[in-house]
Design a protein around this ligand. Sequence first.
Ligand SMILES: [Zn+2]
Length: 62
Amino acid sequence: MFYDEDKKMFYFTLTCYVCKKAYKAYEGSPSYQLAKKNRTKTYCCEDCNNKIRYEAIKNFFR
Ligand SMILES: [Zn+2]
């Protein structure tokens, strides 16, 4: 766990399993909650999360 001096928040550095990019999960976010519980799980950044949700909605209305 790391501390962001600017945002005054704790965060984890996680790797998104979709785009393979490292991203910061700040406290209070769903990824942060997951990381706190289990660090070996796969994580998805917010961008990919939104994309997946958008695709799911698009398919639903097809
Ligand atoms: Zn991603």
